[in-house]
Write a protein that binds this ligand. Structure first.
Ligand code: PLP
Length: 233
């Protein structure tokens, strides 16, 4: 029996993703644009996650608080950890110290809770506002019509700093939603709102990251294209 786990498939997937990203960037973007590749870790064993880090991925995306807490001690220490899942206000306290960026702020109530816990540990928590660009009932995220009002509220919180927007567009793959997000991102950027930066557009997953790069994404969140299909217990 072979005890050593073979992660060659991750090497191959990583190479393919990097090539696809480079291709999309060469076609649609400026050479100076930096696009971050995040490894989405849900259901993935820490050993496989660490292999992805060793390949050169330095940003990990966590969806579930419990799962993260059970895996974090096994993670390579040089990776930056982001929270990308739906976040309940009563769970903020468990992750506030570890997260370099929380992608899923979609209400003032949640932002206020993050602010309260961040203040307690004297941290300014970087966040993105999640936008429900397809208006789907099943998805989290603020309605595009209410985005500006939410930004004005969050901008008042001294221990929360908005760095941009995140979205999970409808699974239909219709590029009009990616285009709409790009427009929202540029519109808010142009308004130069106090205490609001638009540096990060977190958009694109395994099925649509090349298209997302076309529409201005600065961070793609990749799970299954890197680690293979998820096996839920
Ligand atoms: C699971 C997940 C991803 C990655 O999905 P894949 O299609 O497997 O790449 C990206 N973003 C969020 C918020 C997720 O929950």
């Amino acid at each position: 029996m072979q005890l050593e786990t073979n992660f060659a498939y991750i090497d191959e997937n990583y190479k393919r993703i990097i090539d696809t990203m480079e291709e999309a960037k060469a076609k649609y973007r400026k050479p100076t644009d930096e696009i971050t590749l995040m490894a989405v870790t849900k259901t993935v064993a820490p050993e496989a996650v660490n292999h992805a880090v060793a390949c050169g991925i330095h940003t990990l995306g966590e969806n579930r608080v419990q799962e993260y807490l059970s895996k974090k001690e096994f993670y390579a220490k040089d990776a930056s950890v982001h929270f990308i899942g739906h976040l309940q206000t009563n769970k903020v306290k468990y992750i506030i110290e570890d997260m370099d960026l929380i992608h899923s702020v979609d209400s003032l109530h949640l932002a206020e809770e993050i602010n309260r816990h961040a203040a307690r540990i004297q941290k300014v928590q970087n966040v993105l506002i999640e936008v429900n660009v397809g208006g789907e009932a099943s998805k989290s995220g603020v309605d595009p019509e209410q985005l500006e009002e939410l930004l004005l509220g969050v901008a008042q919180l001294s221990n929360v700093h908005v760095q941009g927007l995140m979205t999970i567009p409808p699974a239909t793959g219709d590029e009009k939603f990616l285009f709409r997000m790009q427009q929202l991102f540029l519109d808010i950027s142009a308004k130069k709102m106090d205490n609001i930066d638009m540096e990060i557009l977190s958009m694109g997953m395994s099925g649509d990251y090349a298209a997302a790069i076309r529409y201005g994404s600065t961070l793609v969140r990749i799970g299954s294209a890197l680690f293979g299909a998820r096996k839920y217990q």
